[in-house]
Design a protein around this ligand. Sequence first.
Ligand SMILES: Cc1cc2nc3c(=O)[nH]c(=O)nc-3n(C[C@H](O)[C@H](O)[C@H](O)COP(=O)(O)OP(=O)(O)OC[C@H]3O[C@@H](n4cnc5c(N)ncnc54)[C@H](O)[C@@H]3O)c2cc1C
Ligand SMILES: O=C(O)Cc1ccc(O)c(O)c1
Length: 495
Amino acid sequence: MGIRTGAQYMEGLKSRTPEIWMEGRRVTDVVNEPVFKQPIQEIARLYDMQHDPQYQNDITHICTETGERVNNSFLHPKSYEEMMARSKLFEIYAKATFGLMGRTPDFLNVVVTGMAHNGWFLDQYNPEWSVNIKNYYNYIRDNDLFLTHAIINPQNDRSKNSHGQKDTFTHLGAVEETPDGLVVRGAKMLATLAPITDEVIIYSFPGFAPGDERYALAFAIPIDTPGLKLLCREPMQDGKRSLFDHPLASRFEEMDALLVFNDVLIPWDRVFLYNNVEAANLLYPKTGIAQQPAHQSGVRGYIKLAFATEVACKLADSIGVDVYLNVQNDLGELVQNVEVIRSLLRVAEYEYETTASGEVMPNGAALETIRGMLPKMYPRAIEVMQVIGAGGLLMSPTGYDFNAPEIRDDIDKYYLGREGVASLERVKLFKLAWDLCGEAFGQRLLQYERYYTGDPIRKRAIFYNGHKRKASFSMVDDALSVTENLVETQPKLVK
Ligand SMILES: Cc1cc2nc3c(=O)[nH]c(=O)nc-3n(C[C@H](O)[C@H](O)[C@H](O)COP(=O)(O)OP(=O)(O)OC[C@H]3O[C@@H](n4cnc5c(N)ncnc54)[C@H](O)[C@@H]3O)c2cc1C
Ligand SMILES: O=C(O)Cc1ccc(O)c(O)c1
């Protein structure tokens, strides 16, 4: 089939009946659920872009295996040009969502592509696993499916390993092997966008210890597989708030869900890894399934930071406060932060790495540096927005007020900005900013930037330890070489 349209994506959602729980009720009609309706439209728009002549050549290509047109996120890059074809897709999708939707379909397509094309890794443990993931890659590519993922064990007692939790099946683990497949039980977090996806893939961040064998798992199943429950967090918009009052929150809310597996049968041909602590711990660092999607995250994060920076600058300009040195200093800092991330991305791409199997990946150190900086830069952009908007952020009326004739004169007079900025324009800008820096929606966006790929502190520690292993520290040796033997020739201090 190849690339789907938005309508086909929605038909797919309608054909499935995942067990979704939200606010104490079961959601049965996903596409008509007010909370999901608009986000579904946003994802559908990305699918439609694949058919739009304006974007098609930049985001899709003809698959050499099938002759069908498929999304660029399924490209397995063997050259700089192929890596950049993927980068272009990341940028176009990120711009279409202002970088606010982190888990658009391209993200997990890249993960599966990376896993499938590093079959050598799984072959070391069980050759069936690499065949399974390759078939799965073909399946999602050819049917253009949308995946969610959950790779973290639920946050219960972090001081204990999976096998030390209160219940054997608090963390997702294997219960038994049957002729038809593996039965799994327990929970995994945090599946962003899960209610509006087609499939879920499970794998894990490293961190398993001996004794955790049953938890060392990787597999993928349809999102409506019997026994799988999606427990949604509280929605941050009810789907009924107006586009005028919440221009971002009403469109781009990505629901997050805890996945609960109640004796779910995973067919053997969908098992990619099982009962192997070493393989589960090495899958992430050894196969590029961290580095390749970090390219998507880097591009998306860059667009999100650039967008927040634009909003902060326009906010300041609209009320004339960017004439002040302190405000210029803050805004200059944000613009420079955007430049830092842009430059790191370019370095990551120009100084790409080629693996032993010929896979081209953006430079790992540059991507990890982006990963280390964004969790500080994005919250800083939000803080600057809050400081610049100040009380004005709490002064905005609603769209209904603009339509109330009795107060319209007051609205036009007292909400205007600097000369040339009408009240409607100023209020609209402040609402855009409030969605990012005040609403629960905006707080989630901030939390996402901190944690979407793991704890930034531990990630940076891993980065440092890797650096220490590889670095020669030759400059220090050079600097000290002139002092060699100096200890003996040093004149004694005369007291
Ligand atoms: C908005 C959002 C969306 C997300 N989407 C997804 C998704 O789609 N799929 C997915 O799989 N995951 C997703 N995640 C989950 C994300 O991967 C985790 O939040 C992240 O890995 C951090 O784990 P945690 O939240 O369990 O924090 P914890 O690991 O519980 O950490 C909590 C705190 O304790 C400290 N801490 C905990 N353990 C240690 C330790 N061993 N050593 C030192 N310090 C420690 C941490 O530094 C941190 O400050 C999402 C997260 C967010 C916030
Ligand atoms: O974007 C990144 O930093 C890399 C990355 C890879 C795999 C994941 O599951 C994830 O959440 C994040």
